[in-house]
Design a protein around this ligand. Structure first.
Ligand code: 5RP
Length: 235
């Protein structure tokens, strides 16, 4: 039997697809992660959405698109997207989010920024009063491998806020660093509650060696959260 969390992901994803993707759309961005799996499942159930071109944000989402038999497009071909739908690790009431739990934040950011509408989907655990309180694994930061130590050092000397920890993300059983779809490493930096996520994201982004920061601020128009009781909370 599916857990409350899985049910939450599914109801949020189905509702978001039903309310935001229509047969009139031409290009849709597909995020990454386990919640997005349900969004693609719902798209596949709706026959009128099969002609749309879908843009992936990772190797995982490219497989979801191709294995589902949907039309795969690239961001080079389609730099303007109607709607992008994606998961999140933590979302605050202003719809700022921490993303990158799956190390896909760079491509996710590109595809979200290219979209006229960015929609987030998540289960109830991802709702937060303040970023940095629920997702305590740290803000994911994609870095060029050569520069990871330099970036870690710089993170510990940020002007506005000091991280409680910075960690190079390791693969399962510490087999080596996680390598992103872009051939880079990920640093997870935990700051505790983040008073100004936009400012922090901008400050980190300026560090030499940083490709992208998993702080998605002022981007989402709407967020759907699947609740434990099977309802959907919409922010
Ligand atoms: C990947 C992401 C995911 O969208 C985020 O981690 C949420 O994943 P899930 O739906 O599995 O909880 O940002 O980089």
């Amino acid at each position: 039997m599916a857990s409350a969390v899985e049910k939450g992901k599914k109801v949020a994803a189905y509702r978001a697809v039903d309310e935001n993707i229509t047969a009139e759309h031409k290009v849709i961005g597909i995020g990454s992660g386990s919640t997005v799996v349900y969004a693609v499942e719902r798209i596949l159930q709706r026959k009128e959405l099969q002609h749309i071109v879908y843009i992936p944000t990772s190797f995982q989402s490219r497989l979801l698109i191709t294995e589902g038999g949907l039309t795969l497009g690239s961001i080079e071909q389609f730099p303007e997207i109607d709607v992008t739908i994606d998961g999140a690790d933590e979302v605050d009431p202003q719809l700022n989010a921490i993303k990158g739990g799956g190390a896909c934040q760079f491509q996710e950011m590109v595809v979200a920024k290219a979209a006229k509408k960015f929609v987030m989907i998540a289960d109830y655990r991802k709702k937060s009063k303040s970023l940095g309180t629920e997702w305590v694994k740290g803000v994911p930061i994609e870095v060029v491998p050569l520069a990871y130590k330099v970036v870690m050092h710089a993170l510990n000397n940020l002007l506005s806020v000091k991280p409680q920890f910075t960690k190079l993300r390791m693969a399962v059983q510490k087999a080596g660093p996680v390598v992103t779809d872009n051939g880079n490493f990920v640093i997870d930096a935990h700051f505790g509650p983040i008073a100004d996520p936009h400012k922090l994201g901008q400050e980190i982004k300026l560090l030499t060696g940083v490709l992208e920061v998993g702080l998605f601020c002022r981007m989402a128009e709407i967020a759907y959260f699947g609740e434990e009781d099977g309802s959907v909370d919409i922010w």
